[in-house]
Design a protein around this ligand. Structure first.
Ligand code: UT7
Length: 331
C-alpha cells in the first residue's frame, strides 16, 4: 500500500488589494465592523483581464517548481472551485489548456470551501490504487465579480476574496508519511443557507432581463446559522481524523482550518484546547477565498517553517452545501 504526499505547493493572488476602507466607499460598512466581526483587513480582488485559470496556472507553476516537476508530468488535474472561466466547461479544462497538456484528464469539484479537502481525498484514492503517480490539485476562486456591492449585500461581500492554491501530489512507500486519513461529509438540508439561487436550471428561460434585476443572482448567507454549524463541525471532523489515525490533539503540530472568519478559527482553537500558534490564520490578509483558502494557507505555513518534515498537520473545512471535511497529513 502506498500513501500520497504533497510534494509541491504554491499560491497566487491577484495584485489588486481591497481594504475595508475601500469597501466603506461602496456600501454602508466600516473597517471597525469588518475587523471585529470577521478579522479581515484586506483581500485581493481580480482586475479586468484576470482569469480563474490564470490564477490557477500561476499557483500551479510554483507548486510544480517546488516538486521539481514539469507540466508534462501531470497525469490528472483536480480543479476545486465554485466557478470556471465560463459557464461551462469546468475550470480544469481551461487550466489544462494553459498548461499545454491535452489528453490529461481534468475533473472539477464544486464543493465550495471543502473543495480542496474533497479533492485531496480523491487524489489520495487514485495514488493509493496506483492509477496515477503525479496529480495536480488546485483550489481556485474568483468571488469578487459575483458580489452584491451595495449595502444590501454587505454581510457577504465584505468577506470574500479571490486567489488560488495548487498542490502536486505524488506517492510515497513510507506508510507513516503523507495523507494518513480523510473524512468527507455533506448535508444538503442546508443548501439554501449559503448559496446563489440563480441562475437556476429550474427557471425557463434560465436567464432573463427580469432575473438580473432581482437579488437572486447574488450569493446569500444566513451568517449566524452558518457560523453555529461551522463551530460544531470543525472540531467534530478534526476529532474524527485524529481518532481514525490513532492520534490526539496534543500530537498536532498545526491545524489549517478553512479561513471563514477569524472568530470561527478562534472558537475551533478554544474547543480543541489548542493555542492560536497551532491553528493557522491568514484571513486578515485574504478574506475568505473559498476553495483556495486551505492551499494558500498550507503554502504560507510551509514558507514560514510552521510545516516541516514530519509535521502532523490537520486540514479542516466547512462551507456551502453544507459540506465539511478533514485530512490528517504527516508532512
Ligand atoms: O466560508 C463558508 C462558511 N462561512 C462562514 O462560516 C461564515 C459564517 N458567518 C459569519 O462569519 C458571520 O455570521 C458574518 C461575518 C457573516 C456576520 O457576522 P455576525 O456577527 O453574524 O452579524 P449578523 O449577520 O448577525 O449581523 C449583525 C448586524 C446586523 O445589523 P442589526 O440587524 O443588528 O442592526 C447587520 O445588518 O451587523 C449588520 N451587518 C453589517 N454592518 C456593517 C452585517 N454586515 C455588515 C457589514 N457592515 N458588512
Amino acid at each position: 500500500m502506498r500513501n500520497s504526499r504533497i510534494t509541491g505547493i504554491g499560491r497566487h493572488v491577484p495584485d489588486r488589494v481591497i481594504t475595508n476602507f475601500d469597501l466603506e466607499k461602496m456600501m454602508d460598512t466600516s473597517d471597525e465592523w469588518i475587523r471585529e466581526r470577521t478579522g479581515i483587513q484586506t483581500r485581493h480582488w481580480v482586475r479586468e483581464g484576470d482569469t480563474l485559470s490564470g490564477l490557477a496556472y500561476n499557483a500551479t507553476m510554483k507548486a510544480l517548481d517546488m516538486a521539481g516537476k514539469k507540466p508534462g508530468e501531470i497525469q490528472f488535474i483536480i480543479f476545486a472551485s465554485l466557478a470556471s472561466d465560463h459557464e461551462f466547461p469546468g475550470g480544469g479544462c481551461f487550466l489544462q489548456k494553459k498548461l499545454g497538456i491535452p489528453g490529461v484528464p481534468a475533473m472539477d469539484i464544486r464543493n465550495a470551501c471543502s473543495g480542496f479537502v474533497y479533492g485531496l481525498s480523491v487524489a489520495d484514492q487514485f495514488i493509493k490504487t496506483g492509477m496515477y503517480d503525479t496529480i495536480l490539485l488546485v483550489g481556485a476562486e474568483i468571488q469578487s465579480t459575483s458580489l452584491d456591492l451595495t449595502t444590501r449585500g454587505r454581510d457577504v461581500s465584505v468577506i470574500f476574496g479571490d486567489g488560488a492554491g495548487a498542490a502536486v501530489i505524488t506517492p510515497t512507500e513510507k506508510e507513516e508519511k503523507g495523507v494518513l486519513t480523510t473524512h468527507l461529509h455533506a448535508d444538503g438540508t442546508f443548501a439554501d443557507k449559503l448559496w446563489a439561487d440563480a441562475p437556476s436550471v429550474n427557471d425557463n428561460p434560465r436567464i432573463s432581463k427580469a432575473l438580473v434585476e432581482t437579488d437572486r443572482i447574488y450569493p446569500k448567507m444566513e451568517g449566524r446559522f452558518v457560523f453555529k454549524h461551522a463551530v460544531t463541525r470543525f472540531p467534530e471532523v478534526i476529532h474524527e481524523a485524529l481518532a481514525a489515525a490513532g492520534y490526539t490533539k496534543d500530537d498536532l503540530d498545526l491545524v489549517i482550518p478553512h479561513q471563514a472568519n477569524r472568530r470561527i478559527t478562534e472558537a475551533v482553537a478554544h474547543q480543541l484546547q489548542l493555542g492560536m500558534d497551532k491553528v493557522y490564520s491568514n484571513i486578515e490578509r485574504y478574506g475568505n477565498t473559498t476553495a483556495a483558502s486551505i492551499p494558500i494557507a498550507i503554502s504560507e505555513a510551509v514558507e514560514q517553517g510552521l510545516i516541516k518534515e514530519n509535521s502532523l498537520v490537520c486540514l479542516a473545512s466547512f462551507g456551502a452545501g453544507f459540506t465539511w471535511a478533514s485530512a490528517l497529513i504527516r508532512w
